[in-house]
Design a protein around this ligand. Structure first.
Ligand code: FMN
Length: 183
């Protein structure tokens, strides 16, 4: 697949078959995350792979936030998940001097790791959906995540149950999002 084809073929999957994902493949996704670039090479992440049925039950519960809201109504079908947790970033002193915030780049770094994992999944014939919403308190309780280590996103991973070709991308027009040399 060319890179353009990968851009066109990756899509958020919201319907999964019951085919399990091998640990070998899950570890390839983690490796894609681990090799992701990050500000000051701080690598401000930890990846928690969830494929055990009991742990998955807990995760599905934590994907429902207050008042029953969830970004993942399809959560029970997903065979495996990878939780991306933000970690303290050790950045260069000049970054800290300038921004006064060592976590300035961390969310961007984690976003890039998530996307690298999505593309690695695509190469393996797997489908993914990045999930942004979760109940932090439940995540800490169920997975032993230290208080204050924010879960930034959760990657749903599995084999798609979809038979149709990838959806057409809905994106803002190029003119709206790009300009040359000036705003
Ligand atoms: C940070 C982030 C959080 C997201 N959270 C959810 C979510 O909770 N539920 C969901 O179905 N999709 C979620 N998505 C997927 C987006 O809705 C999706 O990427 C966007 O609509 C573009 O569609 P595509 O991924 O199929 O190209 C999330 C994506 C990102 C990057």
């Amino acid at each position: 697949m060319t890179f353009k084809e990968m851009l066109e073929n990756r899509e958020s999957c919201r319907a999964y078959s019951d085919r399990p994902v091998s640990r070998d493949d899950l570890m390839k996704l983690v490796e894609a995350g681990r090799l992701t670039p990050s500000g000051c090479n701080a690598q401000p992440w930890k990846f928690i792979v969830v494929d055990d049925p009991e742990a998955k039950k807990h995760l599905c519960d934590a994907l429902v936030v207050k008042d029953g809201a969830t970004g993942a109504p399809f959560r029970e079908q997903v065979p495996a998940y990878i939780i991306l947790v933000e970690q303290p970033a050790k950045v260069k002193p000049m970054v800290l001097d300038h921004y006064g915030d060592s976590q300035r780049f961390a969310q961007g770094d984690i976003g890039m790791a998530a996307l690298n994992m999505c593309y690695q999944a695509l190469e393996l014939g797997l489908s993914t959906c990045i999930l942004g919403m979760n109940d932090q308190q439940k995540m800490e309780q169920y997975f032993g995540i230290p208080h204050g280590s924010e879960v930034r996103c959760i990657l749903a991973v599995g084999y798609s149950a979809k038979t149709e070709p990838p959806r057409k991308k809905i994106r803002k027009p190029l003119e709206e999002v790009c300009s040359f040399n000036h705003w």
